[in-house]
Ligand binder design. Structure first.
Ligand SMILES: C[S@@+](CC[C@H](N)C(=O)[O-])C[C@H]1O[C@@H](n2cnc3c(N)ncnc32)[C@H](O)[C@@H]1O
Length: 257
């Protein structure tokens, strides 16, 4: 079956040596990034993957990958990195049909990754205490077309939790997750998974102490180091620079009732 473009689809324009751009497929010219104007009307009904000449380059119009969505999202708060997000999905057990409680929403980068993994039959309840971050996160998720599987709520989860239970995973990217541990116990199904992402080991130690005193068990903390390589002819070696540290991932499982 041929995959064809429909009005309203998210289109990713890619070309060698150009940064990917994501635009909504609409009729008529639209302004893209400052003063540039792009008209994709003739793509409507055409197969995905066609050529689009624009600004002296030839782009291919493709469906955005999750990585394209993350690299082009509009940032408010600091976002989780892709290398960490991939491990977060695995260790938090986020799968199709899952029900995930998230906080804070921030820029919605991690929300996008969670929404992609739970699929159309899943649900993500994403909370943040700051309305401006919630709005930005909501718009980044809507841009991907996944607004129907994510609910955003303004809530301070340290004070009031998520206000719902029956979640399969709780995923936290906020400064004081130890304040949320008892709310996470109430929000999760038995055997549900708690996961927190933290920038410093002091915060991580405080969280581990709170988990020790909780109904969670099997806690583990780790970090991911990702080193890219320079590969050009006979010059094959690690790149000179790398992002040495982003965050510590701690996960645990709800065992006691
Ligand atoms: C680092 S950002 C999250 C980034 C997000 N994971 C992303 O990838 O885009 C941290 C967010 O946590 C929110 N936050 C901090 N404490 C909170 C709390 N107790 N309840 C709800 N949100 C909280 C902040 O407002 C901020 O938006």
């Amino acid at each position: 079956m041929v995959d064809s473009w429909a009005e309203g689809d998210a289109v990713c324009l890619i070309a060698p040596r150009e940064a990917p751009r994501i635009v909504r497929l609409a009729r008529g010219p639209q302004r893209v990034g400052g003063d540039s104007v792009l008209d994709l009307t003739e793509q409507i009904g055409r197969p995905v993957g066609g050529e689009v000449p624009w600004l002296g380059a030839t782009y291919r119009a493709v469906r955005p990958s999750l990585s394209d969505l993350l690299t082009t999202l509009h940032r408010g708060a600091q976002i989780v990195t892709a290398k960490d997000a991939a491990q977060i999905l695995l260790l938090a057990g986020v799968a199709p049909g899952g029900r995930v409680a998230e906080a804070g929403s921030g820029s919605g980068a991690l929300t996008l990754v969670l929404a992609s993994a739970v699929g159309p039959g899943g649900h993500v309840l994403s909370c943040d205490r700051r309305p401006e971050f919630l709005e930005n996160a909501r718009s980044n998720v809507a841009r991907a077309g996944w607004g129907d599987r994510v609910e955003f709520r303004r809530r301070d989860v340290a004070l009031e939790g998520w206000g719902e239970d029956g979640f399969t995973s709780v995923v936290l990217d906020l400064a004081e997750p130890w304040q949320v541990v008892t709310h996470a116990e109430k929000a999760l199904v038995p055997g549900g998974i708690f996961l927190a992402y933290l920038p410093t080991i002091n915060q991580t130690a405080e969280l581990r102490g709170a988990l020790e005193r909780s109904a969670f068990a099997m806690a583990e903390t780790f970090e991911i180091l990702r080193r890219t390589w320079h590969i050009e002819g006979r010059s094959v070696r690690p790149d000179h620079r790398m992002v040495a540290h982003t965050g510590f991932i701690t996960h645990a499982r709800l065992l006691a009732a």
